[in-house]
Design a protein around this ligand. Structure first.
Ligand code: DGL
Length: 268
Protein backbone atom coordinates (compact mmCIF):
# COMPACT_ATOMS: atom_id res chain seq x y z
CA UNK A 1 0.00 0.00 0.00
CA UNK A 2 1.30 3.47 -0.90
CA UNK A 3 1.59 6.27 1.66
CA UNK A 4 0.13 8.90 -0.72
CA UNK A 5 -3.27 7.19 -0.82
CA UNK A 6 -6.13 9.01 0.95
CA UNK A 7 -7.56 8.47 4.44
CA UNK A 8 -11.25 7.47 4.28
CA UNK A 9 -13.49 8.99 6.95
CA UNK A 10 -17.21 8.43 7.40
CA UNK A 11 -20.07 9.55 9.57
CA UNK A 12 -23.86 9.53 9.60
CA UNK A 13 -23.75 13.10 8.32
CA UNK A 14 -21.58 16.17 8.42
CA UNK A 15 -20.81 16.11 12.16
CA UNK A 16 -17.85 13.79 11.50
CA UNK A 17 -16.18 16.75 9.83
CA UNK A 18 -15.01 17.71 13.35
CA UNK A 19 -12.87 14.55 13.28
CA UNK A 20 -11.83 15.22 9.66
CA UNK A 21 -10.86 18.76 10.67
CA UNK A 22 -8.74 17.55 13.60
CA UNK A 23 -6.97 15.06 11.29
CA UNK A 24 -6.45 17.77 8.66
CA UNK A 25 -4.99 20.18 11.26
CA UNK A 26 -2.56 17.59 12.60
CA UNK A 27 -1.72 15.93 9.28
CA UNK A 28 -2.03 18.61 6.56
CA UNK A 29 -0.21 16.44 4.01
CA UNK A 30 -2.90 13.74 4.11
CA UNK A 31 -5.60 13.63 1.45
CA UNK A 32 -9.06 12.92 2.90
CA UNK A 33 -12.08 11.24 1.35
CA UNK A 34 -15.12 11.90 3.51
CA UNK A 35 -18.53 10.24 3.26
CA UNK A 36 -21.52 11.59 5.21
CA UNK A 37 -24.61 9.39 5.10
CA UNK A 38 -27.03 12.31 5.19
CA UNK A 39 -29.77 10.18 3.59
CA UNK A 40 -29.93 8.09 6.77
CA UNK A 41 -29.14 10.74 9.40
CA UNK A 42 -29.47 10.47 12.40
CA UNK A 43 -27.90 7.10 13.24
CA UNK A 44 -28.53 7.78 16.94
CA UNK A 45 -32.14 6.62 16.63
CA UNK A 46 -31.58 3.71 14.21
CA UNK A 47 -31.47 -0.01 14.96
CA UNK A 48 -28.09 -1.76 15.31
CA UNK A 49 -28.89 -3.79 12.15
CA UNK A 50 -29.45 -0.65 10.06
CA UNK A 51 -26.29 1.04 11.37
CA UNK A 52 -24.21 -2.07 10.61
CA UNK A 53 -25.65 -2.33 7.09
CA UNK A 54 -24.98 1.34 6.28
CA UNK A 55 -21.46 1.17 7.73
CA UNK A 56 -20.46 -1.89 5.70
CA UNK A 57 -21.69 -0.28 2.47
CA UNK A 58 -19.75 2.91 3.20
CA UNK A 59 -16.65 0.94 4.21
CA UNK A 60 -16.73 -0.85 0.85
CA UNK A 61 -17.12 2.51 -0.95
CA UNK A 62 -14.01 3.86 0.80
CA UNK A 63 -12.07 0.68 0.06
CA UNK A 64 -13.01 0.99 -3.63
CA UNK A 65 -11.76 4.59 -3.51
CA UNK A 66 -8.37 3.06 -2.60
CA UNK A 67 -8.10 4.55 0.86
CA UNK A 68 -5.16 3.41 2.99
CA UNK A 69 -7.08 3.60 6.29
CA UNK A 70 -10.72 3.98 7.33
CA UNK A 71 -11.74 6.16 10.27
CA UNK A 72 -15.28 5.64 11.59
CA UNK A 73 -15.78 9.24 12.73
CA UNK A 74 -19.27 8.54 14.08
CA UNK A 75 -19.58 7.46 17.72
CA UNK A 76 -22.82 5.62 17.05
CA UNK A 77 -21.36 3.62 14.14
CA UNK A 78 -18.17 3.03 16.17
CA UNK A 79 -20.29 1.63 19.04
CA UNK A 80 -22.35 -0.69 16.85
CA UNK A 81 -20.55 -1.50 13.62
CA UNK A 82 -16.80 -1.44 14.32
CA UNK A 83 -16.36 -5.19 14.81
CA UNK A 84 -18.49 -5.99 11.74
CA UNK A 85 -16.42 -3.61 9.66
CA UNK A 86 -13.16 -5.17 10.88
CA UNK A 87 -14.52 -8.66 10.16
CA UNK A 88 -15.62 -7.54 6.67
CA UNK A 89 -12.64 -5.42 5.58
CA UNK A 90 -9.97 -5.78 8.25
CA UNK A 91 -7.74 -8.05 6.15
CA UNK A 92 -7.68 -5.46 3.35
CA UNK A 93 -7.51 -2.13 5.17
CA UNK A 94 -6.91 -0.92 8.75
CA UNK A 95 -10.07 0.41 10.45
CA UNK A 96 -10.06 2.91 13.34
CA UNK A 97 -13.02 3.81 15.52
CA UNK A 98 -13.42 6.90 17.70
CA UNK A 99 -13.84 4.99 20.97
CA UNK A 100 -10.66 2.92 21.48
CA UNK A 101 -8.28 5.92 21.22
CA UNK A 102 -10.31 7.73 23.91
CA UNK A 103 -10.46 4.66 26.16
CA UNK A 104 -6.68 4.34 25.82
CA UNK A 105 -6.28 8.03 26.70
CA UNK A 106 -8.60 7.89 29.72
CA UNK A 107 -7.01 4.83 31.35
CA UNK A 108 -3.62 6.55 31.17
CA UNK A 109 -4.77 9.65 33.12
CA UNK A 110 -4.00 8.67 36.73
CA UNK A 111 -5.94 11.60 38.22
CA UNK A 112 -9.29 10.44 36.80
CA UNK A 113 -11.69 8.47 39.03
CA UNK A 114 -15.22 9.14 37.83
CA UNK A 115 -15.84 9.65 34.11
CA UNK A 116 -19.03 10.96 32.52
CA UNK A 117 -20.02 10.05 28.95
CA UNK A 118 -22.60 11.88 26.82
CA UNK A 119 -23.73 10.74 23.36
CA UNK A 120 -26.67 9.58 21.27
CA UNK A 121 -29.25 7.13 22.60
CA UNK A 122 -27.76 4.32 20.48
CA UNK A 123 -24.19 4.94 21.69
CA UNK A 124 -25.15 5.16 25.37
CA UNK A 125 -27.38 2.08 25.13
CA UNK A 126 -24.38 -0.07 24.13
CA UNK A 127 -22.53 0.96 27.33
CA UNK A 128 -19.40 0.59 25.21
CA UNK A 129 -17.26 3.18 27.04
CA UNK A 130 -17.91 1.62 30.47
CA UNK A 131 -17.27 -1.89 29.14
CA UNK A 132 -14.00 -0.95 27.44
CA UNK A 133 -12.71 1.32 30.23
CA UNK A 134 -13.59 -1.14 33.00
CA UNK A 135 -12.05 -4.06 31.10
CA UNK A 136 -8.72 -2.26 31.56
CA UNK A 137 -9.33 -0.35 34.83
CA UNK A 138 -12.27 -1.80 36.79
CA UNK A 139 -11.81 0.76 39.57
CA UNK A 140 -12.86 3.67 37.31
CA UNK A 141 -16.50 4.74 37.68
CA UNK A 142 -18.20 5.47 34.33
CA UNK A 143 -21.51 7.35 34.31
CA UNK A 144 -23.35 7.66 31.00
CA UNK A 145 -26.21 9.89 29.87
CA UNK A 146 -27.97 9.99 26.48
CA UNK A 147 -28.25 13.58 25.25
CA UNK A 148 -30.24 13.17 22.00
CA UNK A 149 -31.30 16.81 21.65
CA UNK A 150 -27.75 18.10 21.38
CA UNK A 151 -26.81 16.90 17.85
CA UNK A 152 -29.90 18.29 16.05
CA UNK A 153 -29.68 21.46 18.13
CA UNK A 154 -26.07 22.07 17.06
CA UNK A 155 -26.82 21.14 13.45
CA UNK A 156 -29.54 23.78 13.37
CA UNK A 157 -26.98 26.35 14.52
CA UNK A 158 -28.26 26.57 18.08
CA UNK A 159 -25.14 26.94 20.16
CA UNK A 160 -23.62 29.75 22.21
CA UNK A 161 -27.11 31.14 22.82
CA UNK A 162 -29.77 31.01 25.53
CA UNK A 163 -31.53 27.98 24.05
CA UNK A 164 -28.36 25.87 23.92
CA UNK A 165 -27.43 27.02 27.44
CA UNK A 166 -30.80 25.85 28.80
CA UNK A 167 -30.62 22.47 27.03
CA UNK A 168 -26.98 21.85 28.03
CA UNK A 169 -27.59 22.87 31.66
CA UNK A 170 -30.64 20.65 31.85
CA UNK A 171 -28.69 17.59 30.66
CA UNK A 172 -25.51 18.23 32.65
CA UNK A 173 -27.40 18.79 35.90
CA UNK A 174 -28.79 15.24 35.67
CA UNK A 175 -28.17 13.18 38.86
CA UNK A 176 -26.65 10.56 36.53
CA UNK A 177 -23.63 12.83 35.97
CA UNK A 178 -23.14 13.76 39.61
CA UNK A 179 -19.59 13.89 41.02
CA UNK A 180 -17.75 13.26 37.75
CA UNK A 181 -14.20 14.57 37.36
CA UNK A 182 -14.13 14.28 33.56
CA UNK A 183 -16.58 14.14 30.67
CA UNK A 184 -16.14 12.34 27.35
CA UNK A 185 -17.82 14.15 24.44
CA UNK A 186 -18.93 10.92 22.72
CA UNK A 187 -20.57 12.44 19.66
CA UNK A 188 -19.24 14.08 16.51
CA UNK A 189 -21.11 17.33 17.09
CA UNK A 190 -20.11 18.10 20.66
CA UNK A 191 -16.72 19.80 20.07
CA UNK A 192 -18.82 22.79 18.93
CA UNK A 193 -20.37 23.17 22.39
CA UNK A 194 -17.19 22.43 24.34
CA UNK A 195 -16.87 26.08 25.48
CA UNK A 196 -20.44 26.02 26.85
CA UNK A 197 -19.85 22.72 28.65
CA UNK A 198 -16.63 24.14 30.12
CA UNK A 199 -18.51 27.21 31.25
CA UNK A 200 -21.12 25.03 32.96
CA UNK A 201 -18.49 23.12 34.94
CA UNK A 202 -16.31 26.19 35.64
CA UNK A 203 -13.10 24.15 35.18
CA UNK A 204 -14.04 21.58 37.86
CA UNK A 205 -14.42 18.84 35.24
CA UNK A 206 -11.91 17.87 32.54
CA UNK A 207 -13.64 17.91 29.15
CA UNK A 208 -12.28 15.21 26.85
CA UNK A 209 -12.40 16.23 23.19
CA UNK A 210 -12.43 12.98 21.25
CA UNK A 211 -11.65 14.52 17.83
CA UNK A 212 -8.14 15.63 18.84
CA UNK A 213 -7.35 12.33 20.55
CA UNK A 214 -8.50 10.38 17.47
CA UNK A 215 -6.36 12.56 15.17
CA UNK A 216 -3.28 11.77 17.28
CA UNK A 217 -4.14 8.08 17.19
CA UNK A 218 -4.46 8.19 13.38
CA UNK A 219 -1.04 9.84 13.17
CA UNK A 220 0.54 7.15 15.34
CA UNK A 221 -1.16 4.32 13.44
CA UNK A 222 0.00 5.66 10.06
CA UNK A 223 3.51 6.07 11.45
CA UNK A 224 3.53 2.49 12.75
CA UNK A 225 2.34 1.25 9.34
CA UNK A 226 4.90 3.46 7.56
CA UNK A 227 2.02 5.13 5.70
CA UNK A 228 2.41 8.81 6.62
CA UNK A 229 2.30 10.89 3.45
CA UNK A 230 5.40 12.95 2.76
CA UNK A 231 4.35 14.49 -0.57
CA UNK A 232 1.90 17.31 -1.38
CA UNK A 233 -1.69 16.11 -0.91
CA UNK A 234 -4.29 16.09 -3.68
CA UNK A 235 -7.60 17.85 -3.05
CA UNK A 236 -9.88 16.41 -0.38
CA UNK A 237 -13.18 14.92 -1.55
CA UNK A 238 -16.40 15.23 0.43
CA UNK A 239 -19.37 13.01 -0.45
CA UNK A 240 -22.87 12.87 0.98
CA UNK A 241 -25.64 10.39 0.22
CA UNK A 242 -28.24 13.17 0.07
CA UNK A 243 -27.17 16.69 -0.87
CA UNK A 244 -28.98 19.79 0.36
CA UNK A 245 -27.66 23.38 0.32
CA UNK A 246 -28.32 23.49 4.07
CA UNK A 247 -25.84 20.62 4.66
CA UNK A 248 -23.26 22.38 2.52
CA UNK A 249 -23.78 25.61 4.48
CA UNK A 250 -23.31 23.83 7.81
CA UNK A 251 -20.02 22.22 6.77
CA UNK A 252 -18.08 25.39 7.62
CA UNK A 253 -19.19 25.08 11.25
CA UNK A 254 -17.82 21.56 11.50
CA UNK A 255 -14.74 21.65 9.25
CA UNK A 256 -13.74 25.26 9.81
CA UNK A 257 -13.55 26.11 6.11
CA UNK A 258 -15.93 26.10 3.17
CA UNK A 259 -16.40 22.72 1.53
CA UNK A 260 -18.00 21.58 -1.68
CA UNK A 261 -20.18 18.50 -1.10
CA UNK A 262 -20.76 15.98 -3.88
CA UNK A 263 -23.83 13.78 -3.87
CA UNK A 264 -23.04 10.10 -4.28
CA UNK A 265 -25.60 7.35 -4.03
CA UNK A 266 -24.12 4.08 -2.82
CA UNK A 267 -27.44 2.48 -1.95
CA UNK A 268 -28.81 1.39 -5.32
N1 DGL B 1 -22.62 11.14 14.23
C1 DGL B 1 -23.44 10.73 15.35
C2 DGL B 1 -22.53 10.30 16.51
O1 DGL B 1 -21.38 10.71 16.61
C3 DGL B 1 -24.38 11.84 15.80
C4 DGL B 1 -25.51 12.13 14.83
C5 DGL B 1 -26.42 10.94 14.56
O2 DGL B 1 -27.19 10.52 15.46
O3 DGL B 1 -26.35 10.42 13.46
O4 DGL B 1 -22.94 9.56 17.35
Amino acid sequence: MSSNLPIGIFDSGIGGLTVASAIHQLLPKEELIYFGDTAHLPYGDKSPEAIKYFSLKIGKFLLDKQCKLIVIACNTASSLAYQDLVDFLGDQIPVINVIDPVVDYVVHQPELRSIGVIGTKATIKTDVYARKINAIKPQLVVKSLPTPLLAPMIEEGFFSNTISKTVINSYLSSPKLKTIDSLILACTHYPLIKPEIEEYYKKTVKIINTAEIVAQYVQQRLKDLDLLNATEPKRHQFYVSDYTPSFEKSTKLFFGEKIHLKQHNIWS
